[in-house]
Design a protein around this ligand. Structure first.
Ligand SMILES: Cc1cc2nc3c(=O)[nH]c(=O)nc-3n(C[C@H](O)[C@H](O)[C@H](O)COP(=O)(O)OP(=O)(O)OC[C@H]3O[C@@H](n4cnc5c(N)ncnc54)[C@H](O)[C@@H]3O)c2cc1C
Length: 447
């Protein structure tokens, strides 16, 4: 049971006022801030780290998933708009590999260099005219008369309040949702929370000798366990080359508490346990790869993700809740603001379970409705984008990846602009007008 102490009342500095504040600089936050600023809105992007990209950089991911859909067997770029420009910036820095086929060659993904993503994202957001505030950890919110008035941040400069007219929660964990009392739910660790992972990258690989080791390694791991080796943290390891075949990334760990439940990204003690466990697992899996996979004999770990990668915590209960059935039946919506072509990628206990759209020849993508960004209850000036948007556990297991997060972010930033223009609630934004605005910025809303 928690005990509490009373803190003395104190005055808090007002650090500034903006039209739009975006909390969190992952793919959804980058896209949201860029869209709001490009629409001419005075926009602040608040991030607790010292760089953008969210889990895509701080979690050490290094692959864009969900940019493409497998449409009747053809790989089509279905997330465009501002994200395309960001990828072009990464490419100009020499940090983008050509797309590759993944998951039994059914879907395309694209590897990138993390430093290039960080630099490109700085340029992308700042050139749109947004202001960045790094090293600012949001710790609370001020709600007044049904409206979110300010977000409270802590930093090396002390505690302060940032005010705005519209806020967009892109924190991944739905921190603003929680503080404002907007309706939300949290994945249940005992039944359906996706397991987190620590990512790592391997250097000095002899790419020619390694060949398509990503196909042979999972089988080698299964055979080793069948022969008596202790189980790996999980089956279905994803180990693939980066931009140069010298360097490979590994998505092969799975973080659990002593009772077997997934590490909860909203619990600081569990996060600490997960960081330590993740690094230990990375070393363990790497040791097996180095000692068994041709081409890896002289390799070493060049980087372990600075933070463990959290896949799922809080999710908005919005005006629409995207379900697994929507994803797998390739659902369409009149208020579509973007597309998701990624399958359900469920990181379940000890394994990876991929569930594809139904049928032999599916359309291959579902639409994302604007209503999944709009709280069903809570402040009238709050939007939510990214992995904490309104989705069931199964829907989120698909649409949480970078591509749909970019799409949701661009839509949320544009919707914030429209709500300000009409001086209305975000729920009253005209979806047809929003779609027209998004299409004028080359977003892909349908095929
Ligand atoms: C291990 C792992 C592997 C994955 N692999 C892939 C992959 O290969 N390809 C892919 O496309 N996707 C992958 N994903 C999924 C994808 O990266 C994320 O779901 C995606 O980044 C979510 O984007 P987001 O913008 O919603 O949030 P996030 O990327 O989680 O970003 C949230 C941001 O908000 C900041 N923040 C949070 N709280 C606060 C606060 N209180 N104050 C200030 N800042 C705050 C965080 O620092 C962070 O920068 C993976 C996820 C994990 C965990």
């Amino acid at each position: 049971m928690s005990t509490f102490v009373e803190e003395p009342a104190r005055r808090t500095a007002l650090l500034g006022e903006w039209e739009v504040i975006v909390l969190g600089g992952g793919p959804s936050g980058v896209a949201a801030a860029t869209a709001a600023a490009r629409a001419g809105r005075d926009t602040l992007l608040v991030e607790k780290g010292g760089y953008l990209g969210g889990a895509g950089t701080g979690g050490g991911l290094s692959t864009f998933c969900g940019m493409f859909s497998n449409v009747h067997g053809e790989h089509v770029l279905t997330v465009r708009g501002h994200a395309t420009e960001l990828l072009e910036r990464i490419d100009r820095l020499g940090g983008l590999r050509a797309p590759h086929l993944s998951f039994g060659d059914r879907i395309q993904a694209q590897a990138y260099d993390i430093p290039a993503y960080r630099s490109a994202a700085d340029e992308h957001v700042l050139s749109a005219g947004a202001t960045l505030l790094y090293h600012a950890f949001a710790v609370g919110a001020l709600v007044d008369d049904g409206r979110l008035d300010g977000v409270v941040v802590e930093s090396k400069s002390g505690r302060g309040v940032l005010r705005a007219q519209v806020f967009i929660d892109c924190s991944g964990d739905g921190d603003l949702l929680q503080w404002t009392g907007a309706g939300h739910e949290k994945a249940d660790p005992s039944t359906d929370m996706l397991f987190p992972s620590t990512m790592f990258r391997i250097n000095a690989v002899d790419g020619k000798r390694a060949g398509p080791a990503w196909k042979t390694l999972p089988r080698m791991m299964d055979e080793a366990v069948a022969a008596g080796r202790p189980r790996f943290p999980r089956r279905g390891a994803i180990v693939r080359p980066q931009r140069d075949d010298l360097e490979w990334r590994a998505n092969a760990t799975q973080l659990r508490n002593p009772d077997g439940t997934p590490v909860d990204g909203t619990d600081v003690w569990q996060l600490t346990h997960g960081e330590v466990q993740g690094r230990a697992q990375a070393q363990e899996v790497f040791g097996f790869i180095r000692d068994n996979v041709p081409g890896f004999e002289k390799s070493y770990i060049v980087d372990i993700g600075p933070e463990i990668g959290i896949r799922e915590t809080r999710r908005l209960i919005g005006r629409y809740i995207l379900t697994e059935d929507d994803v797998r039946s390739c659902a369409r919506f009149d208020d579509s603001i973007g597309l998701n072509g990624w399958p359900v990628e469920a990181h379940v206990d000890g394994d990876l379970d991929i569930r594809w759209p139904y049928g032999d020849d599916p359309v291959g993508y579902n639409q994302l409705p604007y209503r999944m960004l709009v709280p069903a209850s809570g402040p009238a000036n709050l939007l939510v984008a990214g992995r904490c948007a309104s989705m069931t556990h199964g829907g989120q297991s698909a649409a949480r990846v970078s591509g749909p997060c970019f799409a949701m972010g661009q839509a949320a930033g544009t919707a914030a602009h429209l709500a300000l223009k009409d001086q209305g609630a975000v729920a009253d934004v005209d979806a047809a007008e929003l779609r027209t605005e998004l299409e004028s910025e080359d977003a892909c809303l349908t095929l």
